[in-house]
Design a protein around this ligand. Structure first.
Ligand SMILES: Cc1ncc(COP(=O)(O)O)c(C=O)c1O
Length: 380
């Protein structure tokens, strides 16, 4: 990404940019994994469901994984019959089943009660599985840990062992990782599944190992390739993975402009034309975003704050080579996943204008206006 060209060509602020060349590179890397291991790759649409991304991803993946009717319908619009469409969600609704079930290829029911309720409604041609909760925790923050106590995600592995259901279903789904940078936890989790279910796994057609891995930050993919090969050889399983963040995160940029600068209790505060409402995880998880202009040892520091009324609407303190001025453009990096999809118009501030970037060219894809705000909130 050429940041000087960006600041010249991107004339709307705030702006969200998707680098489609980088997106293709991420997809190519996963394609290599797919070829080396024989696994099937699904893009987990929840990370960023922009149709441009779905269209670019389609030729590189075996399908999409979704969490709801709307995601499924959008993914189906792009995919047609050219790939698999998988769903798992605790929020399956009986009133949507009629529209949802015909477009799914695979479903992993989240609980035994959900499984029974929907089985009774009839399941057309979808391959039926269960999300299993392996109860193998390795995350320190329980907000991200599907294996936490009293979890709502997946059938407890001990409860599943008590049943005979494996002979009636076609697959198992696990998703227990969060931004993992090695495969140790996955290998241990699959070991636990093999220990529990042994040869009964061979009664199944597929296993979905979920998302949650930052493949680019993992130097050695061989342990995963070996694991997939084992599952294929020992149990003749089709193996799916469904990454989201690994596909889109480092392809996304948020461009913002400084609206005001003042001193507050001895520190410089720069008010930006964006806010944590354009990347709610900054506030929810107190995440610190990468900023292109930040130079760790530079002498001018400023607290970057959002333009909303919330006192804690703050991105943090960053260092700059030159003092910031009103009108300066700044660029947050690695914000492709779980940012725009969670963005809102709190305080009436517009959503970022969306651009794509390829070959030194920025193309405006979508801009929101007052009419969109009105449409959302007007009850007339
Ligand atoms: C069931 C499931 N699959 C896949 C993903 C994608 O995870 P990530 O974007 O971290 O790769 C998630 C994320 O929450 C998920 O809940």
């Amino acid at each position: 990404m050429d940041f000087r060209v960006l600041k010249d060509q991107v004339d709307c602020s705030p702006a969200f940019i998707i680098n489609t060349g980088a997106l293709e590179n991420n997809l190519l890397q996963l394609n290599a994994l797919r070829q080396q291991s024989g696994c099937k790759v699904l893009y987990s649409v929840k990370a960023l469901p922009l149709t441009k991304i779905l269209q670019i991803a389609k030729p590189f993946v075996d399908g999409f994984s979704v969490s709801s009717l709307f995601e499924a319908q959008l993914a189906h619009k792009i995919l047609g019959t050219d790939g698999s469409l998988h769903i798992t969600t605790p929020g399956l609704r009986t009133d949507e089943w009629h529209d949802l079930s015909p477009i799914l290829s695979h479903i992993s029911f989240n609980s035994l009660t959900q499984y029974q309720r929907f089985l009774a409604l009839g399941i057309p041609s979808t391959s039926v599985g269960l999300r299993v909760n392996p109860k193998h925790s390795f995350l320190s923050d329980e907000r991200f840990d599907p294996c936490r106590s009293h979890s709502k995600l997946g059938v407890n592995i001990d409860d599943l062992l008590e049943t005979n259901i494996l002979k009636d279903i076609k697959g198992l789904h696990i998703h227990t990782a969060f931004s993992a940078t090695d495969f140790t936890s996955l290998i241990n989790t699959v070991d636990k599944l093999r220990h529990y279910f042994g040869h009964r796994l061979a009664q199944l057609d597929w296993i979905n190992l979920g998302g949650g891995y930052l493949f680019k930050d993992i130097k050695n993919h061989q342990p995963l390739i070996d694991l997939i090969n084992q599952l294929k050889q020992d149990h003749t399983l089709n193996v799916f993975i469904e990454p989201g963040k690994a596909i889109v995160d480092d392809t996304g940029y948020l461009v913002t402009t400084v609206l005001d600068i003042f001193i507050s209790d001895g520190k410089t505060v720069a008010i930006l034309d964006t806010s944590v409402n354009h990347h709610p995880e900054v506030f929810e998880y107190q995440r610190r975003l990468d900023l292109h202009e930040h130079q760790p040892h530079a002498k001018h520091s400023a607290i970057l704050a959002g333009s909303s009324c919330l006192a804690g609407d703050i991105f943090g303190e960053y260092q700059f080579a030159e003092p910031l001025k009103v009108g300066d453009k700044l660029v947050f990096k690695n914000v492709g996943a779980y940012s725009l999809i969670k963005a809102n118009r709190f305080n009436g501030y517009n959503l970022p204008t969306i651009y794509s970037y390829q070959n030194q060219q920025f193309h405006k894809e979508k801009q929101y206006h007052f009419a969109d705000y009105c449409q959302q909130w007007s009850t007339d």
